[in-house]
Design a protein. Structure first.
Length: 239
């Protein structure tokens, strides 16, 4: 499922033709007030995004999968998507800002007993979170990039430029966002892994995958907070 197109409209009307619905409705409906029920089975969803803040009326072009639904349910899903994307972007930004102003030596330094470096943590987030969960699990890309060896996704060789490692994280984020934009929150994974159930985990759809990556990224951002304070005294959040 993609996202809705919202445009200016002049009057509230409802029309249906072939496989799409063109609905002109008051913005109050978009906010879930007086939501009409759409019970005609419509196939092939194709929605694009725009903004409707400040509009008294909007036009929605909505192609629905087969089965009844309501505009209120659709906008609830969009609110969920927006919330998940906002928190995911916030945690990614947290990670990247904790790398600002660190020297190459500091990025490669070990300051906690577990032995990882800030640069190694960024590599882990790139490979194990962004690329694995979005490009591979949800997007169906092959898992052909994984390095050999124990904890190899945490390792950065001395001859690798720190900027290249960080740029790879940014590129993976961009690709992840492209995958997310093309899927509905209820979309099931393309790649299923046996170890999920062995670990007591379940990822039935994009929503749960996004939640998992948010938690993972937030956890590692907290690790970076501790490392950064030990490296140069910088605090992300002063309590």
């Amino acid at each position: 499922m993609s996202r809705p197109v919202l445009r200016h409209a002049r009057s509230p009307t409802l029309t249906a033709a072939s496989t799409s619905l063109n609905v002109e409705f008051n913005a109050a409906v978009a906010l879930g007030v007086g939501t009409p029920t759409l019970s005609e089975p419509i196939s092939e969803m194709s929605l694009l995004e725009s903004r409707f803040e400040g509009l008294s009326n909007v036009l929605l072009t909505y192609e629905m999968p087969s089965g009844p639904s309501t505009l209120g349910e659709m906008f609830a899903r969009e609110a969920d998507r927006s919330l998940l994307l906002r928190h995911l972007a916030s945690q990614r930004h947290h990670v990247l800002t904790q790398l600002d102003d660190l020297t190459d030596a500091q990025l490669r330094s070990v300051v906690l007993p577990s032995g990882w470096t800030p640069l190694g943590l960024v590599r882990h987030l790139t490979m194990s979170d962004e690329r694995y969960w979005f490009d591979v699990v949800m997007g169906g890309a092959p898992l052909d990039y994984w390095p050999e060896g124990a904890n190899a996704d945490w390792l950065v060789s001395p001859d690798e430029a720190a900027s290249d490692v960080i740029d790879a994280y940014r590129a993976a984020i961009t690709r992840s966002d492209e995958v997310i934009a093309g899927l509905g929150l209820d979309q099931p994974p393309i790649r299923l892994e046996p170890w999920w159930s062995d670990a007591g985990l379940a990822f039935p759809d994009l929503r749960t995958v996004m939640m998992h990556v948010i938690v993972e990224t937030a956890t590692h951002a907290g690790h970076l907070d501790a490392a950064r304070e030990l490296i140069d005294g910088h605090q992300h959040l002063v309590l």
